[in-house]
Each structure stands twice: as structure tokens, then as C-alpha cells.
Design a protein around this ligand. Structure first.
Ligand code: R5P
Length: 302
């Protein structure tokens, strides 16, 4: 088996390599002046199973194309099977038509990857439950929730004083699963209204019981607005310690500053995306997905 790492998320690639006991090879990627790309695998793959790690960091479109080219390169070079490891899947928020006249970008991306020869893909905490079903190939949809549950247990002395919180109504399923992992700890779902002109959000009301220790859990942070709004909302209503746990650190613009200056005690994210050096802040803790990813790969290759 040959593992190709991602230049952008090198730390995750290297950790996966360590966990699997595989050397990590990096493809040669060249960008022409007009932004077209050329990719080249510098390792023989004839008859081999090939794993390709891909982090869809900005510029996302460029990484989507790069991923498809890498799959194609591996197939053309004689790889037996090509497996994708894309913990954060690009375009997952665009999985349906929101307003008439729109495209379904996620469906287009999936079709492209599948037609290029991708055999199977591993993703983590997809934005909605239906995303794995949009693929025709097998999908290993893993979750960081058990990792978050372990951290919650070490942080909070008494689970009867804990609420797991979704900062919007769309995340109820996620926090119900997490609640079960924590001896049915209380759960709270905050209702968020978004102003579609400005993009800003406001927390209006909630369902459930707000306890002393609150853990806001979400699939991703982009601007940070949703999570920070929920922190203030919970503290105004009796919470004493609020933490944020998010799988994908998309971190747009000044999200890192917003989070550092918030009243959350700590912000946990995974390494599904590499956090740029300038966006690292004191309250941030990064949990690696590498052991989970390696475990899954060992299972399906057995
Ligand atoms: C929304 O449905 C997602 O689960 C996140 O809550 C959202 O993408 C976070 O965005 P932001 O950090 O910009 O508020």
C-alpha cells in the first residue's frame, strides 16, 4: 500500500503514516502562470492500493481539481485501487438547492471524483446525514464525537452537571449521539436566526436544560459567529464553564481572534484541516484524527 500525503496538511499526513507504519510520499504539484495544474506521482504504484490524503483548504476549488488529478494519475499509473482520505469534504454545505436556479455543487464534485476512479472515501463528521448516501462508492463516515466525549469526561467532574449544546437546531442529532456517549448527559439546542444580508447570526431561544458545564459541539467553525453567540447565550442563562468543540476548523478571516476573545474557556478542534500558524491562539487545542483514520483504514483493508 502506498500513502500519498497532502502538502497543505502535512502534519495529519505524517501522523497517519506513523499510525499505519507507512512512508508518506508527496506528489509533485506544479501550478502554471494561468493557474492550471500539473500533478505527478513520484512513486511507482503498479498493482498497489493507493491512499491519497486531501485537505480542502482555501483555495478550495484548486484542491478539488488537484484531488481529481491525483486519483487520475494513480489510476493511469496502474494502481489497483485508489482510496481517498478527505476528513473535511469540500462543498458539503452545498448538498441541495437552496433557491431555484442554483446548482448542487457537492453532487458535481462527487460525480467528478467517482468518474476519475476513486474506489472508496473516508470522511469525518459530514455536515448532514444524507451526504454519504450521495456517493455511489463506499463511504467511511467517521466521527470525532467519541474523542470529544473523552475530553468532556476529563474536563468536567460530574456528568450530571454537564449539558452538550448544539448552537443551532440542525445539530440536534449530533448532540443526542454525544449525550448517549456521556451517560445520557443533558442536551440543549439553541435556535439561531441568520440575517442573509449581513450573514450575522442571533441566538433567540433554546430547548433543553442548561447546566453548569456546557460543551458547544458543531461540525465546523467558519466565521466563529455561531459558536461565540452561543457561548454568551449560555453564560447569560446560568452556565458557568463553556467550551467549544468543533470538528473542522475552517476559520475564515478573523475567526481565531473572535474565538480567543470570547468567553469560552477552551476551543477544541481536530486536524481535519491545518490551522495556519497565524491563526493559532492560546485557547485552541488540536485533537488529531490520525489514530481514528488509521484504525478505519486497517479495518477495511483487512
Ligand atoms: C451550520 O449549519 C454549521 O453547522 C455551522 O454552525 C456553521 O457553518 C458555522 O458558521 P460560522 O462559524 O460562520 O457561524
Amino acid at each position: 500500500m502506498i500513502l500519498f500525503g497532502d502538502h497543505v496538511n502535512k502534519s495529519l499526513s505524517e501522523r497517519i503514516g506513523e499510525e499505519l507504519g507507512l512512508k508518506v510520499y508527496y506528489p509533485d504539484i506544479h501550478e502554471f502562470p494561468d493557474t492550471e495544474k500539473r500533478v505527478r506521482l513520484l512513486k511507482e504504484v503498479v498493482g498497489e492500493d493507493v491512499l491519497i490524503v486531501k485537505a480542502f483548504e482555501p483555495p478550495v476549488n484548486s484542491h478539488v481539481i488537484e484531488f481529481a488529478f491525483l486519483i487520475d494519475a494513480a489510476k493511469r499509473a496502474g494502481a489497483k485501487r485508489v482510496y481517498g482520505i478527505a476528513p473535511y469534504l469540500a462543498y458539503q454545505r452545498a448538498d441541495h438547492i437552496f433557491r431555484s436556479g442554483e446548482a448542487v455543487p457537492l453532487e458535481v464534485v462527487i460525480k467528478m471524483l467517482e468518474s476519475t476512479g476513486l474506489e472508496r472515501i473516508l470522511i469525518v463528521d459530514p455536515h448532514t446525514i444524507k451526504i454519504p448516501e450521495m456517493f455511489s462508492i463506499p463511504v467511511d463516515a467517521q466521527s470525532a464525537l467519541p474523542l470529544f466525549a473523552d475530553h468532556i469526561k476529563t474536563l468536567s467532574p460530574d456528568l450530571s452537571e454537564v449539558s452538550v449544546v448544539s448552537p443551532d437546531m440542525g445539530g440536534i442529532r449530533r448532540i443526542k449521539i454525544l449525550s448517549e456517549l456521556l451517560e445520557n448527559a443533558s442536551w440543549v439546542a439553541v435556535n439561531k436566526d441568520r440575517d442573509y444580508e449581513t450573514g450575522s447570526t442571533v441566538a433567540t431561544h433554546h430547548e433543553g436544560d442548561i447546566k453548569k458545564w456546557c460543551f458547544i459541539v458543531d461540525d465546523m467553525i467558519a466565521s466563529g459567529g455561531t459558536a461565540v453567540e452561543a457561548v454568551d447565550y449560555l453564560l447569560d442563562r446560568g452556565a458557568e464553564h463553556v467550551y467549544i468543540m468543533v470538528t473542522h476548523p475552517v476559520f475564515a478571516k478573523d475567526a481565531h481572534e473572535k474565538l480567543q476573545n470570547s468567553k469560552a474557556e477552551k476551543i477544541f478542534v481536530t486536524d481535519s484541516l491545518e490551522v495556519a500558524q497565524r491563526q493559532i491562539f492560546e485557547k485552541l487545542e488540536i485533537i488529531s484524527l490520525a489514530p481514528l483514520i488509521a484504525r478505519t483504514i486497517k479495518e477495511y483493508l483487512r
